[in-house]
Design a protein around this ligand. Structure first.
Ligand SMILES: NC(=O)c1ccc[n+]([C@@H]2O[C@H](COP(=O)([O-])OP(=O)(O)OC[C@H]3O[C@@H](n4cnc5c(N)ncnc54)[C@H](O)[C@@H]3O)[C@@H](O)[C@H]2O)c1
Length: 320
């Protein structure tokens, strides 16, 4: 229930953040967005949300929180590229750790009720021996991105213990769905969907046998909403529990789009996990969440979105 509450979505112009904004508006929340548009796009944003073009690593973000006085925060702004985090670990930590710390400081000052944090499950546990990985499995990130997301989660826990600033950390699998950026280093589903629809040959990094846990963005939004009133002080996986190879995603998307050619193969990227799936038992128990969108259904919705986005040139536009 919105109850006239004001909600801040950091990173609200991004892929997951913009879906969060849409659902919150549908539920009658007052929505404020902070985004520096480094990867987010203004065209993703519903104009009913109040937008602040701000970098969360800058002191001005504290002034905005002071002015807006949000009741709840969905913290989704982050440097999200594993490759970029390896090239520039300082920049990655600046966004993901120091940006989160600034948010925490500002939030406790204005008495924010709760922060729901978008963490990673896919990049947190390394290459585990057993899958699906339990919520309490040892953490062993293999790239700075996983480390910075983990450290930020630890700061949330610290503020909870010291100031009783409530939080829940949601550790997502590989999120996919409409609006995911198919340009650059985005999720494989968006990249393959766009390439196949444009009749271009997609590249698979490595042999394609690497497995990921794919979860629909709509399931992820449900988990965020479920965490508003439950799961305080807890971190939990938000994922399908199934390991799906990149080759399998390719085949399923071939079937859905009617694409007939084989993929190209490119060298494997460093810092990437080879095989992962995440057990979401804690989310089921703590916030009553379990995934509802099947992989095929989610893939179809994604392909439909890219089809609709294609202009008369037959290309998905890349600019904001
Ligand atoms: N997509 C996934 O598979 C996935 C998996 C696990 C966790 N996550 C987490 O979910 C969140 C959202 O990811 P996404 O996939 O929507 O990525 P995204 O890149 O589309 O969204 C991130 C948003 O944050 C903004 N941003 C980045 N740095 C900022 C800064 N310093 N100040 C203000 N805004 C900034 C970007 O402009 C963008 O709009 C991130 O925290 C990410 O770590 C995503």
């Amino acid at each position: 229930m919105a109850d006239g509450k004001k909600v801040l979505v950091t990173g609200g112009a991004g892929f997951i953040g913009s879906h969060m904004v849409d659902r919150l508006l549908e539920l009658d929340y007052k929505v404020v967005v902070m985004d520096d548009l480094s990867t987010g796009k203004i065209k993703n944003l519903d104009s009913a949300a109040v937008f602040h073009h701000t970098d969360i690593t800058q002191p001005a973000m504290g002034d905005i929180i002071q002015k807006e006085q949000p009741d709840l925060v969905f913290h989704m702004a982050a440097q999200t590229s594993v490759t970029q985090s390896t090239k520039d670990p300082i920049g990655d930590a600046n966004s993901n750790v120091l940006g989160t710390l600034r948010l925490l400081e500002a939030s406790r000052r204005v008495g924010v009720e709760k922060i729901i944090y978008s963490c990673t499950g896919g990049a947190l546990y390394g290459d585990p021996d057993n899958i699906p990985v339990a919520d309490d499995a040892p953490l062993a990130p293999v790239a700075p991105y996983g480390m910075s997301k983990w450290v930020a989660e630890q700061y949330l826990n610290f503020y909870y213990r010291l100031y009783r600033l409530r939080y829940t950390s949601l550790r997502y699998g590989n999120v996919f769905g409409p609006r995911q950026d198919p340009h650059g280093e985005a999720g494989v589903v968006a990249i393959f969907s766009q390439a196949m629809l444009e009749g271009k040959q997609p590249s698979i990094f490595g042999d394609g046998a690497q497995e990921r846990d794919f979860i629909s963005v709509f399931d992820v939004i449900d988990a965020n909403l479920a965490a508003i009133d439950r799961g305080d002080g807890k971190a939990m996986n938000i994922a399908s529990g199934e390991a799906t190879s990149v080759n399998r995603i390719f085949e399923l998307l071939q079937r859905i789009t009617g694409y007939k050619w084989d993929p190209l193969h490119a060298p494997q990227r460093s810092g990437e996990v080879y095989r992962i799936a995440l057990d979401s038992s804690r989310a089921a128990q703590e916030i009553g969440w379990s995934p509802r969108v099947s992989l095929e259904e989610g893939l179809r919705m994604t392909v439909d979105y890219f089809k609709e986005s294609m202009g008369p040139t037959g290309r998905v536009p890349s600019v904001s």
